[in-house]
Design a binder for this molecule. Structure first.
Ligand SMILES: [Zn+2]
Length: 612
């Protein structure tokens, strides 16, 4: 046949995939469709999305599964973030606490806002969020129930049944028409009420779609034509250097504000010294910046590299304390060498110490830490936090503090006098001692007070037993690991040689010992007890993979341990359960091959909840 292959073309909305099943013209089930494997039942939530009809007209087939995207309009997204900010401020004021705008949860983009709003355990929260829906196709349809012979015809039928489809859905007779439609949508992109990331073409005739079939899970008859990443040209006005908790110097580019895909961008990350050298950027250069998805905007090109301009020298001294800043051999990051002397590092360490994942002291945000630090009240390190009560009257005299807010803060601090030993240890920010390592250490040691002596013992061992002349690297490493395990009384697999060295190094420094002694004079962590609750996963081995949306990986592992399960890093025949979030890749595949049960984050939350 010489018939041209007509294609439909429509904008590809950047939302959350949803599948809605109607039986006897009544909505019975709605599920997210993530990466195909793990679907989450969101039927209760979907009942609050006005775009989605609860029933279909008589014309519709007995069974039909509609597929599309849940999304939030750009304006609604901005309003939601503004509302969350205002609510947090009102709550802080009602409680008499200082308001810290940086601590308020904000959604990064409309897609995240839509996902977060749809996947609420409490469907009434979903109801308060302005979610919308657009259909782009269908799944199962009862025998003979398709209302048309073409893609376009079926989509128009869905529209007749009250299901929204894109107003930019058209049929193109040939490739020239497809490209013209693509260009038109690209021009409209910034003005559309929602984010899109390309155009999707589909073979219009359904019998031809059927003949083309599927490759793996992707149809051969549909093609996504993505827009290039959104870019804009502007001037790099300055390069600022920020100093982090570990002393790392991070360059941040300050831009002449420019709109990229509907968002005003005024800062870009420049990553590190090498990246600045690669781009050859200097303040004053014209640059191309790019925004792609959630990624922080970055500089992709320097347009005025050849122009004569003063070069930018990456600082060899810390901009905060003036100490030398160097990159260790083989590392790209430049770090301030002053450690605890550097005010920027000290502030970031205090922020880490009080953070939710460490000591979790309510009401002591970055703003307050900086304020008290500038007054000299936190000079001696974290122990000073527990002496803030001596400044009660001074705090009261400061702007923004009231009787109630000061008492709330001081009470929150007093609440941590008997802290969890692992959280306290993690809060000190010792290299290689993350939240999980801290817990693993405490499981063996039980009493935190024993740690300095153990660290000194390992320090002495490594000094007295260096790698012998005939000793090969691997027996040496095995011997060191054995020493670490014995000396630190390690009962789990997670502690390696690096942890032993880091602890020995830390307690070798006199000022660290002083900070430690001072802190343990203020707080008394009780002996560490691993509380294990009986649960359906007790004794099982669990692997977490993909992006977890409501908790960090460390928190998930801690939950598993508290339920008597073991969290492992890779999927094997010994794995009992895989908890998979969006973006889970090879581990999910392996689990399927091995026939291991896979659940999503919401199902995991249910297990945790039911254990009480
Ligand atoms: Zn410094």
């Amino acid at each position: 046949e010489g018939e041209a292959v007509a294609m439909t073309a429509e904008d590809k909305i950047d939302g959350l995939s949803l599948s809605i099943r109607y039986e006897d013209r009544t909505l019975v089930r709605a599920a997210t469709r993530g990466d195909g494997e793990v679907g989450e039942d969101v039927t209760a939530n979907v009942r609050y999305i006005a775009d989605i009809p609860q029933t279909l007209p008589q014309e519709a087939p007995a069974i039909v599964e509609v597929r599309g995207e849940v999304y939030m309009e750009k304006a609604a997204f901005a309003a939601l973030n503004a509302r969350l900010m205002a609510e947090a401020q009102a709550t802080a004021e009602a409680r008499g606490e200082p308001f810290d705008p940086d601590g308020v949860r904000q959604f990064a983009n409309p897609r995240n806002a839509a996902a977060g709003s749809l996947r609420q355990k409490d469907a009434s929260v979903t109801a308060s969020r302005p979610l919308r829906f657009l259909a782009h196709g269908w799944g199962v349809v009862s025998e003979g129930g398709l209302p048309a012979q073409t893609q376009y015809g079926v989509m128009k039928a869905l529209e007749r049944w009250g299901i929204p489809v894109s107003p930019r859905l058209v049929v193109c007779a040939d490739s020239a028409a497809m490209l013209a439609h693509y260009r038109q949508i690209q021009r409209q992109r910034a003005d559309l009420p929602y984010d899109i990331d390309g155009v999707v073409y589909k073979v219009d005739r359904l019998d031809w779609q059927e003949r083309l079939g599927f490759v793996a899970k992707a149809p051969r008859w549909a093609i996504a034509h993505k827009f290039p990443a959104e870019q804009a040209e502007t001037t790099l006005e300055a390069i600022d250097i920020q100093v982090g908790r570990t002393g790392k110097l991070t360059p941040v580019g300050r831009l002449k504000p420019v709109t990229v895909g509907g968002v005003v961008v005024s800062n870009v990350t420049l990553h590190n010294r090498d990246e600045i050298a690669r781009l050859g950027v200097r303040p004053g250069d014209r640059v191309i910046i790019q925004r792609a998805g959630d990624v922080i905007p970055q500089v992709v090109d320097n347009l005025t590299r050849e122009e004569d301009r003063a070069p930018f020298f990456f600082p060899d001294h810390c901009p905060e304390c003036g100490s030398e800043a160097v990159a260790e051999e083989g590392e790209v990051d430049v770090r301030c060498t002053a450690g605890l002397i550097c005010p920027a590092q000290r502030i970031e360490r205090l922020n880490h110490f009080v953070s939710r994942v460490a000591m979790d002291i309510d009401g002591l945000g970055d703003k307050t830490i900086r304020e008290f630090f500038a007054l000299g009240w936190l000079d001696k390190g974290p122990a000073d936090i527990f002496r803030l009560k001596a400044h009660r009257d001074d705090i009261l005299g400061r702007e923004g503090w009231k009787e109630k807010s000061v008492d709330n803060l001081l009470n929150a601090i007093e609440d941590r006098r008997q802290p969890d030993a692992a959280r306290l240890l993690f809060g000190l920010g010792i290299r290689h001692v993350g939240a999980v390592t801290a817990r693993d250490l405490m499981k063996g040691l039980r009493d935190l007070h024993r740690l300095p002596a153990k660290a000194a013992e390992f320090g002495a061992y490594r000094a007295d037993h260096p790698q012998g002349e005939p000793e090969k690297p691997s027996p040496f490493a095995a011997r060191m690991l054995k020493a670490v395990k014995e000396i630190f009384e390690v009962t789990t697999d997670g502690i390696g040689i690096a942890v032993g060295h880091a602890l020995a190094d830390f307690f070798h420094e006199e000022h660290n010992v002083a900070v430690w002694d001072d802190l343990l004079g203020e707080v008394s962590p009780p002996p560490y007890v691993v509380e294990v609750k009986a649960s359906t996963v007790s004794g099982k081995t669990i692997v977490f993979t993909g992006k977890l949306e409501t908790m960090s990986r460390d928190e998930a592992k801690a939950q598993a341990e508290a339920l008597g399960a073991r969290a492992a890093g890779s999927v094997s025949a010994a794995t009992d359960l895989v908890v998979a979030g969006p973006g889970a890749g090879s581990k999910l595949k392996k689990a399927a091959e091995l026939g291991i049960e896979v659940i999503d984050e919401a199902a995991w939350a249910e297990i945790v909840k039911s254990a009480g």
